[in-house]
Ligand binder design. Structure first.
Ligand code: ZN
Length: 154
């Protein structure tokens, strides 16, 4: 699990380097990785729900021809927003492992904590799913993103 998160963070750093957002999601089961390393595709697809984590969960379902993600876990480099929690819950994901939680992500300038009550993600629901999986370079996608932003005004 930790090795997959380390890989997700590496993928995320690479994505930020090419101008992307500092979020990657990936789905695993007992046997290993079962989705792509999803990145945010809202801008290129025009789909407002194409968050990194939902991209990964949809890929796991489409590529395996399944409707349920029971028996899988979602790994996310930054804690998912309320929309992604709702998608994970509706598709029966067992657990959500995060390298950086929502409060730390907010400190990096991405404060979507208001999305949880809007999607009825209670503290109890969140606590039942959330697992902290810190890795050494976990903050780096965010610090690199902020560095780019400061340099180029994006
Ligand atoms: Zn999201």
């Amino acid at each position: 699990m930790r090795a997959v998160m380390e890989r997700a963070v590496e993928e995320c750093i690479a994505h930020v380097t090419t101008g992307g957002l500092p979020f990657v999601g990936v789905v695993v089961d007992q046997g290993g990785v079962v989705s792509e390393f999803g990145v945010n595709r809202v801008h290129e697809t025009g789909d407002p729900s194409a968050h990194a984590e939902i991209v990964a969960m949809r890929d796991a379902m489409v590529s395996h021809g399944i409707q349920s993600l029971a028996g899988t876990a979602l790994l996310a480099t930054g804690e998912p927003c309320g929309l992604c929690y709702r998608f994970a819950i509706d598709h029966r994901v067992d657990a959500i492992h995060v390298a950086v939680d929502r409060d730390a992500v907010a400190d990096f300038g991405f404060d979507y904590r208001g999305s949880y009550p809007a999607l009825e993600i209670t503290d109890e629901l969140r606590a039942g799913l959330l697992r902290h999986l810190p890795v050494e370079r976990g903050a780096e996608p965010f610090t690199r993103y902020l560095h780019n932003y400061t340099l180029h005004g994006r």
